[in-house]
Design a protein around this ligand. Structure first.
Ligand code: SAM
Length: 115
């Protein structure tokens, strides 16, 4: 599928998407909070609350399109016995921010991948 938009390129092209999030990664956390009037945090919490519990403790999960790891605090709070989370994001800027979050919280249960 192609979605050409006057001068912006194909919005479904992974290179285009990566560029958008690379450019906004330094402001993404504040930007998403302010532009959604705080709803993004509520949606993340509601999304995690609606997830089925893993059948066993120590389960492994994936956070695809993880951004800077905004959803991790909610996941780790609800599933405190989770074994590990593999987080994947296409943007190197978001990836770098996610690594900063990991270091700040010394979370050994989360592994971040760029892809
Ligand atoms: C709207 S942000 C959501 C970030 C985070 N999950 C949150 O709760 O705010 C979407 C994320 O998806 C990533 N993304 C978009 N297309 C992707 C793809 N094809 N593969 C991996 N990550 C992708 C972007 O880089 C961006 O960080």
């Amino acid at each position: 599928m192609s979605a050409q938009t006057g001068g912006m390129g194909d919005i479904y092209d992974p290179k285009f998407v990566k560029g958008v999030f690379d450019r906004c990664s330094d402001r993404y956390i504040a930007f998403s909070l302010i532009c959604s009037l705080g709803f993004t945090e509520r949606w993340r919490r509601q999304c995690v609350a609606a997830m089925p519990a893993p059948p066993t403790s120590g389960a492994h999960g994936y956070d695809l399109m993880a951004g800077t790891g905004e959803v991790w605090p909610h996941l780790l709070k609800r599933f405190d016995d989770i074994g590990s989370i593999t987080a994947v994001d296409i943007s190197s800027g978001m990836h770098r921010r996610a690594l900063e979050r990991l270091h700040a919280h010394s979370s050994h249960r989360i592994e971040v991948h760029r892809g």
